[in-house]
Design a protein around this ligand. Structure first.
Ligand code: DGL
Length: 273
């Protein structure tokens, strides 16, 4: 049995493209519809209720394309909205936190794991809980890095300025004997070169993209919902902010041309921030 409906993937901006690239690599026949809420990024500093509301709005928008599955490719939104989204749609919904935690548990030998993420993700303690559910003996050090997402949204991945900001932000982790660092924000793999240089070669960087795509693949396979091999998918991208900037970052990251539709939010409360 095959199901040709798309996979819906969402994030506050371009970060979820790190998951999209992995989904396309692992399951090239699946059609992706992606929403980057670049008009309202970053989500990290926002109150949880607002992130839940924004996530619901994006899911409502994407549901008109009748997806067979939803991936919340945003740690901040996964931390606060995953359960609520699961309760309002009738398709499987996965987030990026449990997959990231599993990948970290798989990687660590010392049992000391660092997590970097947005203020919202760190405040939620969702990674810590996910890691401890898997292994209560794990030691966890969490650090919020609020300067990283704006760098990525500007497309500023490799400049010397970016490296200095990354290095400065990660200074508090220097004293901690971790061997594994979770990139607990889907934007951070864009900065992995600088992050890797800052923490040194002894620390394994973990991003949830690979494990999240694998979880998706398992669910589709076990429920008989993989796309057939018959057609090559035409992916669709939506963003609520600057379309030229989104397109340029997306095409650079994915290494291919994309079909982008700009979305103007028509919801009255937007613009009050
Ligand atoms: N990429 C998102 C995350 O994984 C959100 C970043 C933000 O908008 O602050 O947390």
């Amino acid at each position: 049995m095959y199901v040709q409906r798309p996979i819906a993937i969402l994030d506050s901006g371009v970060g979820g493209l790190t998951v999209v690239r992995e989904v396309m690599r692992q399951l090239p026949r699946e059609k992706v519809i992606y929403f980057g809420d670049t008009a309202r990024t970053p989500y990290g500093p926002r109150p949880a209720e607002e992130v839940v509301r924004f996530t619901r709005e994006i899911v409502t928008y994407l549901m008109q394309y009748n997806p067979k599955m939803i991936i919340i490719a945003c740690n901040t939104a996964t931390a606060v909205a995953l359960e609520e989204i699961r309760s309002v749609v009738d398709v499987p919904v996965i987030g990026v936190i449990n997959p990231g935690a599993r990948a970290a548990i798989n990687s660590t030998k010392s049992g000391v794991v660092g997590i970097i993420g947005t203020v919202g993700t760190v405040r939620s303690r969702a990674y810590e809980q996910a890691l401890k559910r898997l292994n209560p003996n794990i030691h966890v050090a969490s650090l919020a890095c609020p300067l990283f997402v704006p760098l990525v949204e500007q497309g500023n991945f490799h400049s010397p300025e970016t490296f200095h900001i990354v290095e400065d932000s990660l200074t508090p982790l220097k004293e901690i004997p971790l061997d594994t660092l979770i990139l607990g924000c889907t934007h951070y793999p864009f900065l992995s070169e600088s992050i890797g240089r800052a923490v040194g070669p002894g620390v394994q960087l973990i991003s949830s993209d690979n494990e999240t795509a694998r979880e998706m693949s398992t669910i589709l396979q076990e429920t008989g919902k993989l796309a057939s091999q018959a057609e090559l998918p035409v992916h669709r991208f939506f963003c609520s902010g600057d379309p030229a900037l989104f397109k340029s970052i997306a095409q650079q990251w994915l290494g291919k041309q994309i079909e982008l539709t700009p979305v103007v939010w028509q919801i009255p409360q937007i613009g009050n921030h």
